[in-house]
Design a protein around this ligand. Structure first.
Ligand SMILES: Nc1nc2c(ncn2[C@@H]2O[C@H](COP(=O)(O)OP(=O)(O)O)[C@@H](O)[C@H]2O)c(=O)[nH]1
Ligand SMILES: [Mg+2]
Length: 368
């Protein structure tokens, strides 16, 4: 039996199984088996797929965001409104065939915006195109879900398609660690009570993945799905922002109704008339959680005019990488003034996390 047949067989079994407390564990395991098979299938097909179909866009700028939406919701029009790029806008479907990049400059940050062809229902199960597109989403810092004001129900289509390829939107990875050990079986340390899964289930999923000896620490109440996600390892946790476009076509009452059908909060815009586009820029900027780092050359004056644009959680090592590809090797220590340190001018190492508006001096090795 090939992988697709195996997946089909498990799916059939799942369809035959009644969902209740007694079968929960079994169904969870079947899901884990499917996740494993899909992962194998993906790594097999990604080896085969060609690399020159216009989907490999080099990342530039301070962050990359990507539009995901069905055809004709106005992604290309929106890209043009945000960045001044010239993506073809069409009154018919499938106008955009490859990735079209644009740069949005906002408050000193350069944000790369990628326009993709429309995602259609089932994209994640199809071969080629849909999957390649979703792979672009995987590498983005922020996913912009674009909806047409008349089709708010596409929200779930998009999250399902992304979910099918392992992209979880606006979720944090479960707080579990699994450390494989040579022998001794599976030892689970549980720091909280589990409400929706059991340690037996966890153990069984580990077995599906061929892990027979491991030290596991569970620090929060997790669901069976999260357990499978974590063990299968093939998951990306992406931040998302929902955009509803074409609001010029409806009135306030319609908008209010539409809003109540959405799961997540949204930004309502008209790419055509420009309504709320500035606000959308602000929301994108906020979601990316930029921080500004002012560089002070050794013995010199701090440059407050052109901060280095970094992201929340970035370390001095990340700053080095942004400055120059050899900087990390030349780095000796850093000196920081600001809220990330206890006192001004404190010496810090390469893993030190910076805060917004920190001042930083990098001291290089003597030979450098
Ligand atoms: N009324 C209105 N039409 C829009 C808006 N944005 C895009 N459109 C139209 O919707 C159609 C599809 O737009 P396009 O940007 O090509 O959509 P894409 O397939 O998602 O890239 C075009 O005819 C656009 O002019 C909008 O805000 N309001
Ligand atoms: Mg388009």
């Amino acid at each position: 039996m090939g992988i697709p047949e195996k997946i089909k067989a498990i799916q059939d079994e799942m369809a035959r199984t009644q969902i209740n407390k007694a079968t929960e564990h079994h169904l969870g395991l079947l899901r884990a088996k499917i996740a494993k098979l899909k992962h194998e299938q993906e790594s097999a097909s990604s080896k085969k797929s060609s690399k020159d179909d216009g989907f490999d866009v080099r990342r530039t700028g301070d962050a990359t965001v990507v539009f995901i939406g069905l055809p004709s919701v106005g992604k290309s029009t929106l890209l043009n409104a945000l960045t001044g790029a010239k993506s073809t806008v069409g009154a018919f479907q499938f106008t955009t065939l490859t990735v079209v990049p644009g740069i949005m400059e906002y408050r000193g940050a350069r944000i790369q915006v990628l326009d993709l062809p429309g995602i259609i229902k089932g994209a994640s199960t199809g071969r080629g195109m849909g999957k390649r597109m979703l792979a672009v989403a995987r590498n983005a810092d922020l996913v912009l879900l674009v909806l047409d004001v008349f089709q708010p129900y596409h929200e779930s289509v998009l999250t399902t398609e992304l979910g099918n390829v392992g992209i979880r939107l606006n979720q944090t990875p479960p707080n579990i660690t699994i450390e494989k050990t040579g022998k001794g079986g599976i030892a689970i340390a549980q720091q909280v009570k589990l409400a929706s899964t059991t340690t037996e289930f966890l153990e069984d999923v580990l077995h599906v993945y061929g892990i027979t000896s491991a030290r596991v620490v569970i620090r929060e109440d997790v669901t069976t799905e999260q357990v499978v996600d974590h063990i299968s390892g093939n998951r990306t946790y992406a931040k998302a922002l929902t955009i509803v476009n074409k609001i010029d076509l409806v009135d306030a009452k319609f908008l209010e109704n539409m809003r109540s059908t959405l799961k997540s909060e949204c930004v309502e815009v008209s790419a055509d008339t420009g309504t709320n586009v500035e606000n959308l820029k602000e929301r994108i900027y906020e979601s990316l959680e930029f921080i500004r780092i002012y560089m002070r050359p050794k013995g010199g004056k701090t440059d407050y005019d052109e901060p280095l644009i970094m992201r929340k959680g970035n370390t001095i090592g990340d700053v080095c990488d942004k400055l120059h590809r050899t900087m990390r090797r030349k780095f000796r220590y850093g000196m920081v003034w600001g809220t990330s340190v206890k006192f001004g001018g404190q010496r810090v190492g390469i893993v030190h996390q910076l805060h917004d508006e920190d001042v930083l001096t990098i001291i290089k090795e003597k030979w450098a």
